[in-house]
Design a protein around this ligand. Structure first.
Ligand code: F3S
Length: 106
């Protein structure tokens, strides 16, 4: 599967959802996740993300391993998103920050 990692938090650009052929993105208040049961590993979303937040599971770094389970867990409770929408208002300010885990609204 592919995994949305920390870089998406407080950005949520949503460019990724427009290209997903299987509609596997799920939307929370300030983060998206990929439903691992739906993702077909096509990878077309990767270059679409301005924050470079999406990675193949095997490339998720040690520091971000918790996002693998977070994607699975949150996908089970968040609604589907299939159409791009405006990014969060201060997305550009948050795009290059790290240490955003505590900002995630579940
Ligand atoms: Fe998030 Fe990037 Fe999609 S910031 S909403 S994973 S385009």
């Amino acid at each position: 599967t592919h995994v949305v990692t920390e870089a998406c938090i407080r950005c949520k650009y949503t460019d990724c959802v427009d290209v997903c052929p299987v509609d596997c993105f799920r939307e929370g208040p300030n983060f998206l996740v990929i439903d691992p049961d739906e993702c077909i590993d096509c990878a077309v979303c990767i270059p679409e993300c301005p924050a470079s937040a999406i990675l193949p599971e095997e490339d998720v770094p040690a520091s971000q391993q918790e996002y693998i389970k977070l994607n699975a867990d949150l996908a089970a409770k968040w609604p589907s998103i299939t159409k791009r929408k405006p990014a969060l208002a201060d997305a550009d300010e948050w795009k290059n920050r790290t240490g955003k885990r505590s900002e995630l609204i579940e």
